[in-house]
Design a protein around this ligand. Structure first.
Ligand code: PMP
Length: 287
């Protein structure tokens, strides 16, 4: 079945949706994105994603083309028109298509942002076989640019990192800088040691995960101690548990780091508990 997608104000079948070859998203990765999870046909943490979208746009000096309520309407329309029960909505805003290639930003009066949204269904989001087994990660150098807090569409290195992981027989990669873990290729990274949850503090070095914010809040509410600080790969390899978070994987247990098994090589109890709490609480608050 062909999806209905949204491009610049119009809902249309995916095969009829087009953007210009001069679009700066295409030519220069000059654009930002968000991924919002859909559970039971409702949006998880919609306002968190919109707040981060606004921040990413502000950092790049791109005007937000829609109000919160207009964004919400498009999200809901796409969920309804595509009958999505479990899955996600991908949203991308680029600086637009000035009609020529130029490093200089085009005049926003004449070049308006390009807006694209589409859905992806995923019926195993909650009953995820990966979450039941846990994932294996390798560590690789974090050679991305210095503004990882802006959610831009320049995802080549994260994509290469995932390919390196697969080639090495693992599921994903953790990125490291000066021996310390920054984050996963498409998720935030955590270890648990002596009952304490440890994850890198927010800065320009990592994306400020919407799931991270929610999970840390739920952890504190459940009296699980949280330390927002950097940790080394060596510390991670000897941790009791580890996990990653992202909108599309929730809390995903990690059972192996660079070939070193954590605990019994099974998802740890705290990671599983956090996954449960996160899913339950997010479902309750979905819009
Ligand atoms: N870090 C990176 C590099 C990511 O790409 C993502 C997911 N887009 C995350 C962290 C997790 O962010 P969120 O919880 O908002 O999905």
């Amino acid at each position: 079945m062909s999806r209905i997608v949204y491009v610049n104000g119009t809902y249309l079948p995916e095969g009829e949706a087009t953007v210009s070859i001069f679009d700066r998203g295409f030519l220069m990765a000059d654009g930002v994105y968000e991924v919002t999870t859909v559970l039971d046909g409702k949006l998880i943490d919609f306002d968190g994603h919109l707040t981060r979208l606004q921040r990413s746009l502000d950092e790049l000096d791109i005007a937000n083309p829609m109000s919160r309520d207009e964004w919400l309407e498009v999200h809901r329309q796409l969920v309804a028109q595509n009958g999505v029960d479990q899955g996600m909505i991908y949203l991308q805003v680029t600086r637009g298509a000035p009609g020529d290639r130029d490093f200089i930003f085009p005049d926003p009066e004449t070049t308006t942002p390009t807006v694209v949204l589409f859905t992806q269904s995923n019926p195993t989001l909650i009953d995820s076989p990966k979450a039941a087994k846990g994932i294996k990660v390798i560590t690789i150098d974090d050679i991305r640019w210095g503004r990882r807090d802006i959610k831009t569409v320049q995802l080549l290195y994260p994509s290469m990192g995932k390919m390196m992981a697969i080639k090495a027989g693992a599921d994903d990669a953790w990125l490291t800088q000066d021996g310390e873990v920054t984050e996963g290729t498409s998720n935030n990274a955590y270890i648990i040691k002596n009952g304490r949850i440890i994850t890198r503090a927010l800065s320009n070095d990592i994306l400020h995960g919407i799931t991270r914010a929610a999970v840390l809040r739920f952890a504190r509410e459940a009296q699980m101690p949280v330390e927002e600080r950097s940790f080394t790969v060596d510390e991670a390899k000897t941790a009791d548990e580890a996990f990653v978070t992202s909108a599309s994987t929730f809390v995903m247990p990690v059972v192996e780091i660079d070939g070193a098994r954590l605990g019994e090589g099974k998802p740890g109890p705290m990671a599983l508990r956090l996954r449960e709490i996160y899913i339950e609480e997010s479902r309750k608050a979905a819009v």
